[in-house]
Write a protein that binds this ligand. Structure first.
Ligand code: HEC
Length: 302
């Protein structure tokens, strides 16, 4: 038996509408690191002006400064020389040796005031600078569905992500403040991985499950995701939302919905259906496009 919804052409157009949810991932361009600066600006000078003596077998091969053709290991050589025994302790030694002071075995190799000297001086500053606040333990959680302030009904998503430098051990879900269950954790989230490149496992940080919103009583609710890291620290993210539902929390009969005598009007991103027969009752329904769900959802049942 064919069922037909009385519909205007707009009704069809709307259902083909697509929307994209882009997580705008802020590019956390940290200040230039000493290593990056070494590779881009200093390495060439070292190859030109230092390595003839400062290599194994060279005139300065017995010193701590022995360079090779690898920029990253050469940076490592400077790092351990300059920051020993304390951060920046021997930065001034390097600067004075290269301008021929402090009895440099190689004499003056770079004159003070030259561009190369300036480059060395900046590099020493970067090497001596305090490290960026070392990853002082990231612990973040974000509940993405249910969506704050929105209406949810039927079986929908319950999802979000959580990251921790110490590793996430579990994500608990509380409904109206009461522990309900643990959410399965570890789903692929490339976008979160991009936002937290320094946190191990951040690209597999999703939690999600199908959740029957209609199992809750109609009205307002709050759902909270609590993320635990390996140190037992917690962080939570909540959303308050409205549940609209049919009388039955789950309509099992596949023939329970009949729109044969219903009519449909559309406006903006909403579809209004009048006289829908659902599970024996004649109801008016309102559907609205919802970005998070990437589809139309029932937001009103009258
Ligand atoms: C002509 C050879 C020669 C060149 C070129 C040369 N050096 Fe040296 N350098 C030496 C010798 C020999 C010593 C060991 C004696 C001393 O401590 O000055 C030395 C020592 C040093 C030291 C002290 C190392 C330690 O273990 O205490 C530093 C720092 C240094 N050089 C930096 C540089 C830098 C940077 C360059 C390039 C910009 C450079 N030198 C170029 C010969 C050279």
């Amino acid at each position: 038996m064919a069922r037909k919804v009385t519909q205007g052409p707009m009704c069809v157009g709307l259902t083909s509408m697509t929307g994209l949810l882009w997580l705008l991932v802020a590019n956390t361009a940290a200040g230039q690191t000493a290593e990056a600066f070494y590779a881009s600006d200093v390495e060439a000078i070292v190859q030109r002006k230092c390595i003839t003596c400062h290599r194994s077998g060279g005139q300065a091969g017995y010193t701590e400064l022995r360079f090779t053709s690898s920029a990253s290991s050469n940076h490592g050589v400077f790092d351990s020389f300059v920051n020993n025994p304390t951060k920046g302790a021997r930065a001034s030694t390097v600067l004075s040796k290269i301008r021929g002071a402090s009895g440099h075995g190689g004499g003056q190799v770079i004159s003070q005031g030259s561009a190369d000297y300036q480059t060395f001086s900046s590099y020493m500053d970067l090497l001596s600078a305090d490290e960026q606040p070392v990853d002082s333990g990231v612990l973040e959680v974000s509940l993405e569905e249910p969506v704050e302030g929105q209406v949810h009904t039927g079986v929908g998503n319950l999802r979000g992500w959580a990251v921790a430098s110490e590793g996430i051990t579990k994500v608990e879900i509380l409904i109206d403040g009461v522990l309900a269950f643990e959410a399965p954790y570890g789903g692929s989230r490339g976008d979160v991985g991009g936002a937290f490149p320094d946190v191990a496992g951040s690209s597999a940080s999703g939690f999600s499950l199908a959740f029957n919103y209609s199992a809750l009583v109609a009205g307002s609710h709050t759902l909270t995701a609590v993320a635990y890291d390996a140190l037992g620290e917690t962080k939570e993210s909540s959303a308050s939302f409205e549940v609209v539902r049919f009388d039955s929390p789950f309509i099992a009969d596949p023939n329970a919905v009949n729109l044969s005598n219903a009519s449909c009007t559309v406006s903006s991103d909403e579809i209004s259906i009048v006289n829908a027969r659902v599970d024996g009752s004649l109801l008016d329904l309102m559907l609205k496009w919802r970005t998070a769900e990437q589809g139309f959802e029932i937001v009103e049942i009258r």
